[in-house]
Ligand binder design. Structure first.
Ligand SMILES: [Zn+2]
Length: 374
């Protein structure tokens, strides 16, 4: 998840938020901090990513490029100093860094650069399809006109497909901490401005104090406009939040859904209705949603027959990327090359990609496994 602290009604409300973004320690990551023995196979495997945030994907390289446009900004432009800058000592430090990155996105050209450069980083990981979670509210309230914002992301999307062999789609996400006014702006962006690449409607930010049902009317309207429902739920609160997302917001996929593991009836429901969970293992450690990677419920989801995809959430913020997350999943689930290829196929199948894109990428995965699998 991404919390944009400046969206909150008051800054102090956010600093007191229960989610703690801190650097993960090797004790928490344990054996998962080592590179996977399948790292080479995973690196070349064609993949889809379904849960990854726009601003939260700004790597030190991208931040350095944006910072060079604004010499007065507190962000270092030297990539080696930036790596240090991106090492968070505590939650307050994370807030400071995240806000300073947000502050570098001041006009439509910054939005275009961020989006295209995020796509370039994804393509380097052999990601062929991604649904990028975008929060237009954050940029619109900072004064970037909605029309220009849409033009910028769409221009980056078209360029990425042409230059990088990466198909991008958007999930427009309500920053829950900003409440109904943010939901109104997000819905307007999704239905009136309606960029061609938009496929789904989401809800992120803190879950505590942000009940999902208050956004029912917004999700109803977005679904009526043909968008898929893909809210975050059960990341930092219990299974009831996932039930609310399913029953009130019509969720077709759940962002995280981590605490679903606490409710056998919910696991059965997700399995029966084949509602996929977008699992982001390292993110769950960094936000303290799960104490240690070896305690992650991913294997419980798979054992219960719940469909899953593997994702990176805010990768540079959590010192990870999608390839690393596939390595973590291989370790948690005991997968070999063939199992990893299944995971990649599931990412494609659970996506909201057009059918021809899905079949093309699945065929690429099959062919890659034939050539590179054992
Ligand atoms: Zn998220």
């Amino acid at each position: 998840m991404t919390v944009d602290p400046s969206n909150a009604p008051s800054a102090s409300a956010n600093v007191a938020a229960p989610q703690a973004y801190v650097a993960t320690s090797s004790a928490e990551l344990g054996r998962f901090s080592r590179p996977s023995k399948y790292a080479g196979f995973i690196a070349g495997l064609p993949k889809a990513e379904l849960h990854v945030h726009h601003v939260g994907s700004a790597s030190p390289r991208i931040v350095s490029e944006l910072a060079s446009r604004y010499p007065g900004a507190p962000v270092p432009t030297d990539p080696s100093k930036l790596a240090e800058y991106f090492t968070f000592s505590d939650f307050a430090h994370f807030i400071e860094v995240y806000l300073s990155v947000v502050d570098l996105i001041r006009d439509a050209e910054d939005v275009r650069t961020l989006t295209y450069e995020v796509a370039r980083d994804m393509a380097a990981l052999n990601i062929r399809y991604a649904e990028l979670t975008v929060s237009p509210y954050s940029s619109i309230r900072r004064g970037i006109p909605g029309e220009q914002f849409m033009e910028a992301i769409e221009d980056a999307r078209v360029s990425a497909e042409r230059d990088l062999d990466l198909v991008l789609r958007w999930c427009f996400d309500i920053p829950g901490e900003a409440g109904i006014p943010a939901a109104d702006v997000t819905l307007d962006a999704a239905t009136r401005l309606a960029p061609a690449g938009l496929v789904s409607f989401g809800l992120g930010g803190p879950e505590i104090g942000v009940p999902r049902p208050q956004f029912k009317a917004h999700f109803d309207a977005a679904r009526a406009a043909g968008l898929h429902s893909a809210p975050h739920a059960g990341e930092t609160t219990g299974p009831q939040t996932v039930w609310d997302a399913l029953q009130v917001l019509g969720a077709e996929r759940i962002g995280h859904g981590t605490t679903s593991a606490q409710d056998p009836a919910l696991l059965s429901y997700l399995a029966e209705h084949q509602i996929p969970l977008e699992v982001c293992p390292t993110s769950n450690i960094a936000t303290r949603a799960v104490a240690r990677l070896e305690d992650h419920p991913l294997s419980a989801f798979v054992a219960a027959g719940v469909p899953v995809s593997i994702n990176s959430d805010d990768p540079p913020m959590f010192s990870t990327d999608l390839n690393h997350e596939y390595g973590v999943a291989a370790e948690l689930l005991g997968l070999d090359e063939s199992g990893l290829a299944d995971l990649a196929r599931n990412g494609v199948r659970h996506s909201f990609a057009p059918d021809d894109v899905k079949s093309r990428i699945v065929a690429e995965i099959d062919s890659y496994l034939n050539t590179h699998g054992r």
